[in-house]
Ligand binder design. Sequence first.
Ligand code: PFF
Length: 454
Amino acid sequence: MHERRESIHGQWSSRMAFILAATGAAVGLGNIWKFPYITGENGGAAFVLVYLLCLLLMATPIMMTEIMLGRRSRRSPILGMQALAREGNASRHWSLIGWMGVASGFLILSYYAVIMGWALAYVFRAGSGMFEGMSAPAIRAHFEGFAADPEKLLLWHTVAMLLTLTVVARGVRGGLEGATRWMMPLLALILVALVGYNMGSPEAFYQALSFMFTPDFSRLTPQSVLIAMGHAFFTLSIGMGAIMAYGSYMPERVSIARTTLIIVAADTVIALMAGLVIFPVVFANGLEVGAGPGLIFQTLPIAFAQMPWGTMFGALFFIVVSIAAWTSAISMIEPAVAHLVEQRGFTRVRATLLLGAIIWAIGLLSVLSFNLLADWTLFGKTFFGLLDFVTSNIMLPLGGMLMALFAAWVMRADSTRQELGLGRVSFALWRLLAAFIAPVGVLLMLLSGLGLWQ
Ligand code: PFF
């Protein structure tokens, strides 16, 4: 594996292209839709603090590790892990990491596309001026009516899946890279404008700031700690091989450590900004911070209904959310598509269509869990809630932990160090985090969050 090969799927054209594509995978519904609502449900600042700590101590070193595993193997995650295990004289069962990742990607995309569909639907709702002059309760009721309508959700879920598959079918350069190049800067720009707008109501803005940054640890439970950790993995798209696949298309000379830090910083700033866009509206209108998955759809249209140019801003905002979701969605299916192409000789288009159809079908259960099957619950969660909980909070952290253990304990230190391109001190720090701190942290949080350990 030391001879420098390219992945058979091609390569990003530059370091910038990799950064944009990986940031595109990282920045998504997790930042704009999920982070605000789980922060609301889990009590605010203390939750944010645990999330940031997990990001720094576990998710960042694991992201570096995952990119490194991809670039070292130059293959899709399943075959890549097999090849790396062979190189380290270890069991080929390490490829289980790749299989678990493929499963996580399927399950996550199946419900993610449903929410992406909501965002797409709201582009047209906001853009038609429908919310102008509507009261807060009416806007809330509108969302509830929408979620209760399985046909509408199904239609938008299908549109979201088709958009995703179109990009993936076009391959690394033509599809993945082209799509992310202009979408990310636009997203940042619109968020800045909306935060600026909110600063015009200092009282609500201040309330939002203190909700997000003044911790009250009494509100933290072992389960909310687990959710904060799971979200650190989810938001960076790590623990399931998407980033490993993207790393396998990374040019040789690019620094993994430096690019990882840029991606983590961009992802974090965007999530915090999304909080500062959403919470002031919640507080200014006396809404419920713990409203759950509908939060952004029930709050932001209220702000758009009142602000000058609100119709345009509203449409633009939901366009950006859709785009952010889109650039993430494509990364979830990429490892499985690349695998079928590499191992089974599928064409990219056939692999994409086959896998897309399966994921679309699983998604039907999530669609129905908001309406006809809303009463089907397990451990107090609907199918959608359960899928999200198990993938984000169990499968991704477990996958990430195994990758860290593999890189730190199975691979040879000289090859990891060379691939990561770190100096002596930073390599020692990476090793400490990947070999001990991240795996032990994940394990303890998993056990206590699942109630298996006090
Ligand atoms: N990071 C994405 C987000 O924050 O929306 C979600 C995600 C993408 C998770 C890709 C996992 C993945 F492989």
